[in-house]
Design a protein around this ligand. Structure first.
Ligand SMILES: NC(=O)c1ccc[n+]([C@@H]2O[C@H](COP(=O)([O-])OP(=O)(O)OC[C@H]3O[C@@H](n4cnc5c(N)ncnc54)[C@H](O)[C@@H]3O)[C@@H](O)[C@H]2O)c1
Ligand SMILES: N[C@H](C(=O)O)[C@H](O)COP(=O)(O)O
Length: 333
């Protein structure tokens, strides 16, 4: 019998905290079917290291995933070279990327209702000669869509980004009318689709200090951002901005908004992580599949200690299941 929602959970970087967070999760009763897409020897080795009594069960597509405490369904992925907690090994990188590919393809072909990702280490994947800037960009390419949007969210704040994993020196050139329009439309549409907002109210940050100070501190607001926002307003999207980013994240603005659209990674994410690190979710909008993730990285310093906090993974699973349920409802309506 097929469960209501079955999520693929990729365990991420083998040397990081991902494998143990998957095991920690399996200690409790789960509401949704969760299938760890990972090497079962890695999970067993980490369970042994931490003394976690979790029974790993081979999962067969089309069957219910384990939800009982102490049991975890696993879709085994071959190719792991080493399993030492805290020590990166480029020889593991192809395996890591393969877990993502299997989970994403499983979502595209209906085997899974969505995927939740533990963190990967972008550096070691690139060290292995694989061009990889993040799950977000990888899934955009795998799913064959032109644009996706990274959004991190807590219960109180949602922050989406116009640009993602880009060197700061390249950000200004990437803020084009076309990108701004695509990102804003995706943000508006997916907040309606997945979060039930009838007309999401979006605050848009400027790029330059003080949103350009009338052109004296940069012209991107006047030449690119304002004209693009004006066109989008004519489509019915509720936009405020461009606002100075330093004062945008204050109750005056946030109390009457549903999301913030920041121009670049470290304009928006430090605020979100200061507000809710450890309980936030990273969501990829604009994909034909549901994908959520944790708000933290591989935390190599904690791997193998059992001290990593699983709060964000729980949020990622809860939000992923909620989005998958909304997507299914839309399909059947
Ligand atoms: N979703 C993802 O795949 C993802 C997200 C962010 C960063 N990363 C990657 O992770 C790697 C390391 O990044 P970083 O060092 O900037 O960030 P990090 O989140 O791994 O670590 C930052 C600090 O937070 C702590 N921390 C992180 N997760 C924690 C948890 N669950 N419980 C308790 N403490 C926790 C760490 O111990 C460290 O002190 C990089 O390669 C980065 O690209 C991946
Ligand atoms: N920007 C994300 C964060 O800071 O949490 C992180 O790098 C993960 O990105 P992907 O989901 O694209 O791997």
């Amino acid at each position: 019998m097929r469960q209501q929602v079955t999520l693929a959970l990729t365990a991420g970087e083998p040397a990081g905290i991902g494998p143990e967070l998957c095991l920690q999760l399996a200690r409790d009763q789960r509401q949704h079917g969760i299938v760890a897409v990972a090497c079962k020897h890695l999970l067993q080795a980490r369970a042994d290291l931490l003394g976690l009594a979790v029974e790993l069960e081979d999962w067969q597509p089309g069957t219910p995933a384990a939800t009982a405490p102490g049991r975890l369904s696993v879709l085994h992925v071959e190719g792991l070279a080493s399993t030492v907690a805290g020590r990166l090994d480029p020889a593991n990188s192809a395996y890591v990327v393969e877990t993502l590919r299997i989970a994403a393809r499983g979502c595209l072909n209906g085997m899974f209702d969505g995927m939740v990702t533990a963190s990967v280490h972008k550096g070691v994947i690139n060290d292995a000669g694989i061009n990889f800037s993040g799950h977000t960009e990888f899934l955009q390419e795998l799913c064959g869509v032109e644009r996706v949007v990274m959004m991190l969210a807590t219960e109180e704040l949602r922050v989406a980004l116009v640009t993602t994993h880009l060197p700061l020196k390249d950000v200004a050139a990437a803020i084009t009318p076309e990108r701004l329009s695509q990102v804003t439309r995706i943000l508006d549409a997916d907040m309606r689709k997945f979060f039930g907002l009838e007309r999401p109210r979006i605050l848009v940050a400027g790029l330059n200090p003080h949103a350009g100070e009338g052109g004296h501190l940069g012209r991107e607001e006047i030449d690119i951002i304002e004209p693009a926002l004006n066109k989008l307003r004519c489509e019915g999207i509720a936009l405020t901005g461009p606002l100075p980013a330093d004062t945008l994240f204050t109750p005056h603005w946030l109390d009457n908004a549903d999301a913030v659209l920041a121009m670049y990674h470290d304009q928006g994410l430090p605020v979100l992580k200061f507000q809710g690190f450890g309980r936030a979710v990273n969501i990829t909008l604009g994909l034909p599949i549901v994908r959520t993730s944790v708000d933290h990285g591989t935390a190599l310093d904690l791997a193998g200690t059992g001290k990593a906090d699983g709060g964000s993974l729980k949020t990622a699973i809860r939000v992923g299941a909620q989005m998958a349920t909304s997507a299914k409802r839309e399909t059947f309506e």
